[in-house]
Ligand binder design. Structure first.
Ligand code: 5AD
Ligand code: FES
Length: 340
């Protein structure tokens, strides 16, 4: 697809055309990644963040956040629960929290890998090449780092203490080190053009991402973007569908943010390209404090309930829960794996 064609579809007013687009993306999903939905158990282990992104509720300037940091024992307990609930992949996510050294993370990942045999995904932000190399040695399989937007000016405005080139540099390093790499963006950011959204979609393809997570921007009242309009479900579904069509066999979660702006949002995303769900396994007492955006769903359910809830969502859509760890399907990953 050309950039012009993508922009036209993002602009399209005729609902029938959009319905066709979503249906076509669903066929592409079926052909390239099948009907099984992969589950990834999410553990949000710290909500401290050294950065000050304008959109994010966990930004360091937000003094209304009750900050927490899980101990290694609490993390291992959550991992036990993940095992018990039948997960094969866990995602360890935090703000950019300097209190955990790379050696701390190395130690608990080693333990999780050796004792539980999970596929481990990390989502802990921008680090140095050496840090990423060390974490790979610990056995981390995958890494998520959304680039958020391909528009360099918008990036600079929204992430005043990050560098656009460093973000993409990190993604290159992670690939070079043999990780399965995920990126993503937000849809409906204040000041985001349709043209830059089309660029985002083409960037996913150019970077040959193994995983792509996207969702609507949701305005947080304790941030400088309070009162801005949220992204819409319509635009999120268009971007999901176009991303599936363009990237073919990437793994794509139906995200919690998408389920937050529309009660059926995750189901809708699973029907136009998405093939992954990430139930929340963060202990309940902490979960309500990981409010990247307001009104986040699933903040009061216990992990068991979330697990059951996503399973019934999957079967309700006539799909199955995947029985394998859901590694990357990209041929480039197979090559990277054998050469790293
Ligand atoms: N609305 C929606 N998504 C957000 N994120 C951060 N802030 C918001 C918000 N206000 C997303 C970013 C980040 C991911 C963890 O959450 O894309 O990478
Ligand atoms: Fe934590 Fe942006 S506020 S990385």
């Amino acid at each position: 697809m050309t950039k012009g064609e993508i922009i036209d579809l993002l602009k399209e007013k005729d609902e029938a055309v959009i319905e066709n687009l979503l249906r076509y993306a669903d066929q592409v999903r079926k052909e390239y990644v099948g009907d099984a939905v992969h589950l990834r158990g999410l553990i949000e282990f710290s909500n401290y963040c050294r950065r000050d992104c304008l959109y994010c509720g966990l930004r360091r300037s937000n003094s209304n956040v009750v900050r927490y940091r899980m101990t290694i024992f609490e993390i291992i307990a959550a991992v036990f629960e993940a095992k018990d609930l039948g997960f094969q992949t866990i995602v360890l996510q935090s703000g950019e929290d300097p209190a955990y050294t790379i050696e701390d993370i190395y130690a608990f990942v080693r333990r999780i890998k050796s004792e539980f045999g999970f596929a481990v995904t990390l989502c802990i932000g921008e680090r140095t090449y050496e840090d990423y190399a060390r974490l790979k040695e610990a056995g981390v399989d995958r890494y998520l780092l959304r680039f958020e937007t391909t528009d360099p000016l918008l990036f600079r405005k929204l992430k005043p203490d990050s560098l656009y080139v460093k973000r993409f540099q990190c993604l290159d390093w992670l690939k070079e080190l043999g990780y399965q790499v995920g990126s993503g963006n937000m849809v409906g950011l204040p000041g985001q053009s349709l043209e830059s959204l089309a660029d985002d979609i083409l960037k996913f393809k150019e970077l040959d991402m193994d995983m792509i997570g996207l969702g609507p921007f949701i305005s947080h009242p304790d941030t400088p973007l309070q009162g801005s309009a949220n992204g819409t479900i319509d635009m999120v579904l268009r971007v999901t569908a176009l991303t599936r069509i363009v990237t073919k066999n990437a793994h794509m979660p139906a995200t919690t943010a998408t389920g937050t702006i529309d009660p059926e949002g995750r189901q809708k995303a699973l029907q136009c390209g998405a093939n992954v769900l990430m139930p929340n396994l963060t202990p309940r007492k902490y979960r309500r404090h990981y409010l990247i955006y307001p009104d986040k769903i699933c903040t009061d359910e216990d992990p068991r309930k979330c697990r059951f809830c996503v399973e019934s969502m999957i079967t309700g859509l006539g799909k199955t829960v995947s029985r394998d760890a859901g590694h990357s399907l990209k041929s480039s990953f197979q090559q990277r794996k054998s050469s790293s």
